[in-house]
Design a binder for this molecule. Sequence first.
Ligand code: ADP
Ligand code: MG
Length: 615
Amino acid sequence: MATKHKGHAIGIDLGTKYSCVAVWDDQNGVAKIIHNEQGNRTTPSCVAFTDSHRLVGDAAKNQAAFNPKNTIFDAKRLIGRKFSDSIIQDDLKLWPFKVVSGVNDKPLISVEYKGEEKLLAAEEISSMILTKMKEIAEAFLESPEKNAVITVPAYFNDSQRKATQDAGAIAGLNVMKIINEPTAAALAYGLQKRSNCSEERNVFVFDLGGGTFDVSLVTIKGDVYQVKATAGDTQLGGEDFDNRMIDYFVKDFNKKNNVDISENPRSLRRLRTACERAKMNLSFAKQTTIEVDSLFQGTDFYSLITRSRFEELNKDLFLKCMDTVEKCLVDAKVDKNNVHDVVLVGGSSRIPKLQDLLQEFFLGKDLCRSINPDEAVAYGAAVQAALLSESMNTALDLVLLDVTPLSLGISTKGDVMCVFIPRNSVLPTKHEKLLGTFEDNQSTAKIAVYEGERSRASDNNLLGLFCLTDLDPSPRRHPIKVCFDLDENGILKVYAEESKTGKKKEVTIVNDKKRLTAQEIKRMIQEAEMYKEDDEKFKENVEAKIALEEYVYMMSGFMEDGKVSSKIKSSEKKNIEVAIEEARELLDGNQKKVETAEFEKCLQKLRSIFDPIIM
Ligand code: ADP
Ligand code: MG
């Protein structure tokens, strides 16, 4: 067994919309969800930039309507993808913030921070959210935390996983493992609801969040959790349902008022918030109103939407979810009659129509609603983190067998994808094939490694490319042995060997084109430090201002109190009044930014006058 990481370890569910952090509580044998400074158990995955500071989490989300261009959400939709990706191009139309194309088609988010334009990679935004989650855990555990398990949608491809790992590194975390969200949820469900189950149980996890949809079939038997198959859609989630409603109301508003609000980020942002709220209400009520005062050019927006209308707007998306459910069961080779539990995870799994469709699909089976859909993933991540570290002493001997979400193979003659490791193979796994050269006296064999399900290799995602050179001159079909070795973290090594001579080449597929380089990560870590310093400076500035304010308040109180002021000489009184006036100007003046040192100097001056008097 691998050596365990020292100290605590935390589990982080880095969601598209909300993130959640948990830690294993060994004394009670449960995972604890950690609340943030506002007392919330989940934290918006949102980062905002202003002319003076940066905000993360609730604070960022709360100011979104006033600062739409610099309030970034949905970094998870961007991570590990190309700018030209059609998903990104579609999302762009609805995002109030700007995304541009960087080197190698990498999307970069453009924000204005302290009056200057900054370009940030999705990894950096995600790292800021991870840092926030780390700090939430540190405040609760009263100790520095480094070791973490981070979850990703099962359907995340290689580059999205690696980019998430990079985000962890920028946040200063030691990412012990990346695990799949539905697997984590199954772990949470199994431990909380099905411990001591000796019979094998087939558990179907339906996880529909803000921007991703993931399903998995997991069998639990005793302490062994085996993922049989996963399927999903990284472009389907609650946000798409919001978008449908936004589209609908934008058209409605434009038509009624003969305007076009689709180019106005602030209006869109406010409408988005209202639509999301309406959608949530519709999970409990049959109809709801939606109101936004002065939505555009002073015109108020008021409308009504029924649950059926909402269902109508999203009908095709809901049905698409059911196709994915079916696909997963086919891959797992499990009949729907043999599914014992259907577990609902993710905020969007609360939508009644989806629950109905799911129940209908599983022939009327009761769905399991007993675990918290917002917290299950972080719970499972914390369990996995504890298993990998020293934070678990209880005799919990879980075995977690996960699968690879996409097929892996190479391109052979005619651009045909030759699959080595089919999707849903249990990790770790190794597959070998003997291939032949295409031509007589071929001197070089090119190995292009792809992931994906398309039969034409170039339609899939190219992970890496390498060549075996100086081959022995031979007629075509000269044998080359190629081996794929996928470890338990899903990191792939590919070997190619000329059978005749034993000449060999091995590469670890790092997918470095899309991935950040070591230098870039180093730079981003430094920048993260800079942001941290800025945040601290901002905090100090606010604290210095408050200290001055309190002192002025106290002084004024004394001056107004006849008993005290009667004892002060009139010449001193004048001095004090002038000093208070100066301080007030500094505090209330609508002038430019006041430096911390200025507040401190002013406070010192006041103290030097007033402290001796009170003494
Ligand atoms: P993620 O894991 O992607 O961050 P979550 O699991 O936190 O997402 O789910 C967030 C999504 O769930 C959001 O799109 C939100 O609008 C949606 N959601 C939350 N509560 C409800 C509800 N009662 N009805 C419908 N959708 C909901
Ligand atoms: Mg989630």
